[in-house]
Design a protein around this ligand. Structure first.
Ligand code: PLP
Ligand code: TYF
Length: 400
């Protein structure tokens, strides 16, 4: 009976927001969840999204069910954004794209496909990774193990370790890769390192599974942020890619994203798509239309598309700016000689500070700075006005 059901543990990321809400201190700062905030620390709805929503109202779009695979115009737009409209894989119809419930739901569909058609195959996951990855593969009953990624000594990439671990995995494993702006570390491979990663994956007949949650948000350029995925596709490899529009279009609650399977032939892509639909049908039948229309309308209209890119650059630029301010402030204040330059080497929404659990607890208990216990802070939740305060808190917690 229900009486026998035990309490579930709180989510390590979303739990931080709950604790933040409960705090009555005026000093409190929420650097937990990765969600963009304005300089006034308010949530931001992109102007271009409001325009697309107005267009939708003017057109009087209906609320009919979408097909299981989602909105056709969205699926076309999202694959083209990811791979480039003139990508041979698209021209050759080798890409199966199915609209998903944002990044999470799309990853989950990919995991279900692996579970059903690659029984026993293992997924390799970076250590560390986004907290939900392990949950997703656990729930899909896909076995996983970790590959080395972060080196605490250099606060950089453990490239040798990463390559060794991918090499020593059983042939035909899936390798989960963050397309850009690795969460939580903010550390990405260089273009040369991506080439070597592709070499090893190719040698071992592994299948890369990209999680692209920050396209355009890392560098400000949609194309630059998709370079890793495009490299693997240009080598003729089969690739899985989960996409999310939560961050780059600020559509968090609309749950809009896609799973793309780049296959070796158009026939295989057609069959894969039919199976993705078969997996989606008993789970949620068909995806929501609102976010799909927003994306399709923005990408399909050159004016709106340019406005989006400008707003994305603005958001990415604000984060970069507070990142540099934070580094400058810490470097000026900290007299210990510690090298903090990793802060400005990291990219994307987060900084992985190197603070351990006790130090992260100290940040919250003494300074009311809310963050995950792994030392990750979301720079999207930081304003210029709070930089000095945060710098002081980090130095105090580090030397505590
Ligand atoms: N993958 C990574 C690495 C993320 O950081 C996130 C969000 O923070 C997601 C996937 C999925 O987010 P959503 O389900 O909102 O698209
Ligand atoms: O901050 C992060 O890393 C994310 C944010 O359904 C998030 O976990 C929160 C809720 C959600 C998906 C992602």
């Amino acid at each position: 009976r229900f009486e026998g059901i035990p309490m579930a543990p709180p989510d390590p990321i979303l739990g931080v927001s709950e604790a933040f809400k409960a705090d009555t201190s005026e000093l409190k700062l929420n650097l937990g969840v990765g969600a963009y905030r304005t300089e006034e620390l308010q949530p931001y709805v992109l102007k271009v999204v409001k325009k697309a929503e107005n267009l939708m109202l003017e057109r009087g779009d209906n609320k009919e069910y979408l097909p299981i695979e989602g909105l056709a115009a969205f699926n076309k737009a999202t694959a083209e954004l990811l791979l480039g409209a003139d990508n041979p894989a698209i021209k050759q119809q080798r890409v199966a794209t199915v609209q998903g419930l944002s990044g999470t739901g799309s990853l989950r569909l990919g995991a279900a496909l692996i579970e059903r058609y690659f029984p026993g195959a293992k997924v390799l996951i970076s250590a560390p990774t986004w907290g939900n990855h392990k949950n997703i593969f656990n729930d899909a009953r896909v076995p996983w193990s970790e590959y080395r990624y972060y080196d605490p000594k250099t606060v950089g990439l453990d490239f040798e370790g990463m390559i060794e671990d991918i090499k020593s995995a059983p042939e035909g494993s899936f390798v989960l890769l963050h397309g850009c702006a690795h969460n939580p570390t903010g550390i990405d491979p260089t273009p040369e390192q991506w080439e070597k990663i592709a070499d090893v994956i190719q040698e071992k007949n592994h299948i890369p599974f990209f999680d692209v949650a920050y396209q355009g948000f890392a560098s400000g350029s949609l194309d630059a942020d998709a370079a890793s995925v495009r490299l693997f596709v240009s080598r003729g490899l089969e690739v899985l890619v989960a996409q999310s529009y939560s961050k780059n279009l600020g559509l968090y609650a609309e749950r809009i994203g896609a799973i793309n399977v780049i296959s070796s032939s158009p026939e295989a892509a057609t069959r894969v798509k039919s199976q993705l639909k078969r997996l989606a049908r008993p789970m949620y039948s068909n995806p929501p239309v609102h976010g799909a229309r927003i994306v399709a309308d923005i990408v399909g209209n050159p004016n709106l598309f340019n406005e989006w890119k400008a707003e994305m650059e603005m958001m990415a630029g604000r984060i970069k700016s507070v990142r540099h301010q934070l580094y400058d402030s810490i470097a000026a204040k900290d007299k210990s000689g510690k090298d903090w330059s990793f802060i400005v080497k990291q990219i994307g929404m987060f900084s992985y500070t190197g603070l351990n659990k006790e130090q992260s607890d100290h940040m919250t208990n003494k300074w009311r700075v809310y963050m995950t216990k792994d030392g990750r802070i979301s720079l999207a939740g930081l304003s210029a006005a709070k930089v000095e305060y945060l710098a002081g808190a980090i130095i105090d917690s580090f030397h505590n």
